[in-house]
Design a protein around this ligand. Structure first.
Ligand code: WTA
Length: 643
């Protein structure tokens, strides 16, 4: 049975959908969009101008995404489970919300925001742990037309401040503390530090997660529970009428240059794309429970914990804790406890669980599981097989899903259980998605087996519309490198059968444990140390994280001890960006390889870090070719020492 009119349930239907999305995108997407609830229909389905980087979908339409994610289902299936929450500590009670209850909570949160004077078009920063209040806050913003900007709880005060400032947030929603395994993180303290440098923030709403005593600034800070108790006027929870192209949220992501970009997604296209991809890629069946292990601070959590599943009327599980605390069976226990049907996670976590337990979770039958999904980074063959055979017991479909913050939702993936599964290959493009591979000279590769930089030729509803406050940056980053195409920044292989395998970033972006980090951002943080004169950051193969961060640093610490020098640099990066950005290897070197014109030759550093010095290429153009063996030795020594 189809769960939605637009569900594709065979390869033949998939191929027919691809053909009609290709031949007549407007009527294809209009038909998909017809199954949503609109306040007013659209005037045009799609406007697209690659040169100006201008795109619009369902222009003229009016809607509210939360009516589609909540009210619709609360009317038809009020008692169905919408959101289940599992706390960090297995001994603490979880929380469950039916569609009727989730709607009530979101309405009340919307009322709280309205009472604080937050209105359509305002930006709201959200810096919360993985608690239901995070989902209420996100959806309450969407309900009243405020633009949410969720900042991952692992980012530092400085990183939070720069995001709050860039988006001019008027309100920040945070918590006293976050729980991560046995650790507590003092979120409110970090937020307080950030707020010293965030003048746009007028009010701070503080959710008491642990009940720790935190300082509350009179006139600025408000307790969530207290505001909640006052927000009992149901009229304040109504859904604002939004234009299709009104911004829904901003999410910051790292690029190859400068500071992180505020990627903006708009209402109607994002709604259609996340619902369409959720229902089709995971082949969602009515009543199923979806367990996505991402954090809502990243796009995967936005699209496949919150919006996609709720738009489809599914039950979504959010988990506050870690896969390996109190022990490394936690996820398997949750799959059994909640009878999860779909399990969507990242290769990094699989590799680390696999390293602890090659045989897999034998004592957990996990009979409810039907579909496994992978996201965020290339999945190596070993992790793919472990996932399929040991977690899925060989009886679940496995879909490797390629996409990006900028794409809003899944772009290339197998439709679960359909067509062939090829380990390490993400599979086939979703209907409407036309991948093109470019060779080193920017020429389009002919169809069939090929390798090149992955570009996309056609617009799709979920594509990012702008970079907040800097549209030119969107145009330059994605639409100017290969004119007429969207450039993804990824390298890619295409098999004879037309399946795609993503090989990793071809720009200066690292993917560390599935987290995106820009090398320029990392170098700026390292260079902020007064003893450092310059640095260059490259990735290197890491058995668990996929890529590790290696920083070559030129510095003068006098005769201070090595451990002190390392600690200072690592702590500084942690302070400026966050703990996820701390380099794995710091290699102190006398100089960096440069061309005669003074440009750092990253290619050489990458080869050194990948231990592929045979393919170093021509180094004769270097200012100091003699540096190369010195850097190689320094890298190998550091790596040996670090193991
Ligand atoms: C990488 C995460 C290989 C890729 C949804 C992309 C992948 C970047 C896959 C986006 C995959 C994501 N196979 N690589 N299945 N999924 N990537 O914005 O390099 O955090 O450009 O979005 O992750 O990371 P982002």
């Amino acid at each position: 049975m189809k769960s939605h009119p637009f569900q594709l349930s065979s390869m033949a239907e998939y191929r027919a959908a691809c053909q009609s999305a290709d031949e007549n995108p407007a009527s294809f997407w209009a038909e998909v969009a017809d199954s949503f609830q609109w306040i007013q229909p659209w005037e045009s389905v799609v406007e697209s101008d690659f040169e100006a980087a201008h795109f619009a979908w369902f222009k003229g339409a009016k809607l509210n995404i939360t009516i589609n994610a909540l009210d619709r289902h609360a009317r038809i299936q009020p008692q169905a489970l919408a959101l289940a929450w599992e706390p960090n500590d297995p001994n603490e009670q979880g929380r469950r919300f039916s569609y009727a209850e989730l709607l009530q909570h979101v309405e009340r949160t919307a009322g709280m925001l309205r009472r604080l004077g937050i209105k359509k078009g305002d930006t709201v920063g959200i810096y919360l742990p993985m608690v239901p209040e995070l989902v209420f806050s996100v959806l309450a913003c969407a309900r009243i037309g405020a633009i949410h900007s969720v900042v991952f709880g692992g980012f530092s005060a400085q990183a939070l401040a720069s995001r709050l400032n860039d988006a001019s947030c008027r309100l920040l929603i945070t918590a006293d503390e976050a729980l991560r395994g046995a650790k507590k993180i003092a979120l409110k303290n970090i937020a307080d530090e950030a707020l010293l440098a965030s003048p746009s923030v007028e009010r701070v709403l503080v959710f008491a997660r642990t009940g720790a005593k935190v300082s509350m600034k009179p006139g600025r800070d408000l307790d969530w529970a207290e505001s909640w108790s006052h927000a009992n006027n149901p009229a304040l929870g109504h859904a604002e009428t939004m234009d299709a192209e009104d911004p829904l949220f901003i999410l910051y992501t790292s690029g190859s240059t400068g500071k992180p970009k505020g990627v903006v997604h708009t209402t109607a296209g994002y709604m259609v794309w996340t619902a369409y991809t959720f229902v089709n890629v995971f082949q969602y069946k009515p009543g199923e429970l979806h367990f996505c292990t991402a954090d809502i601070g990243w796009i995967t959590g936005h699209s496949y914990i919150v919006y996609g599943p709720l738009l489809a009327g599914a039950s979504t599980l959010m988990f506050e804790g870690l896969p390996n605390w109190p022990d490394s069976n936690r996820w398997w226990q949750l799959i059994e406890k909640y009878k999860a049907n779909i399990f969507y996670t990242a290769p990094t976590a699989l590799r680390s669980l696999m390293a602890d337990n090659k045989e897999g979770p034998m004592e957990f039958a996990m009979n409810s599981l039907r579909v496994l999904g992978s996201v965020g980074e290339p999945i190596n063959a070993e992790a793919w097989h472990w996932f399929k055979d040991k977690v899925g017991k060989g009886r679940c479909a496995l879909t490797d899903t390629w996409w990006q913050t900028e794409t809003g939702g899944i772009m290339i993936a197998a439709l679960a259980g359909m067509g062939s599964e090829l380990p390490t290959y993400a599979g086939l493009p979703l209907p409407g998605i036309v991948p093109v591979l470019m060779d080193a000279n920017g020429n389009r590769q002919p169809a069939g087996e090929a390798e090149g930089n992955l570009c996309l030729e056609k617009p799709w509803p979920g594509m990012a519309r702008t970079v907040y406050g800097d549209h030119e940056r969107l145009r330059q980053t994605y639409f100017s490198i290969h004119p007429g195409y969207y450039f993804t920044g990824d390298g890619c292989l295409r098999s004879k059968e037309g399946m795609y395998r993503i090989t990793g970033r071809v720009d200066d972006v690292l993917n560390v444990s599935g987290h995106r980090l820009g090398t320029a951002e990392l170098e700026n943080a390292i260079n902020a140390h007064s003893c450092v004169s310059e640095s260059a950051v490259v990735g290197y193969p890491h058995s668990i994280k996929g890529q590790g961060i290696c920083a070559f640093v030129v510095a003068d610490f006098g005769n201070r001890p090595v451990f002190e020098r390392n600690k200072e640099v690592l702590d500084l990066v942690g302070k400026i960006i966050g703990p996820i950005a701390r380099p794995d290897l710091l290699v102190f070197v006398p100089g960096l390889p440069k061309t005669r014109s003074g440009k750092i030759m990253r290619r050489i550093l990458r080869k050194i870090a990948e231990e592929q010095s045979d393919s170093m290429g021509d180094i004769s153009t270097l200012l100091e070719p003699d540096l190369v063996p010195i850097l190689q030795t320094a890298f190998l020594n550091e790596k040996k020492g670090g193991d």
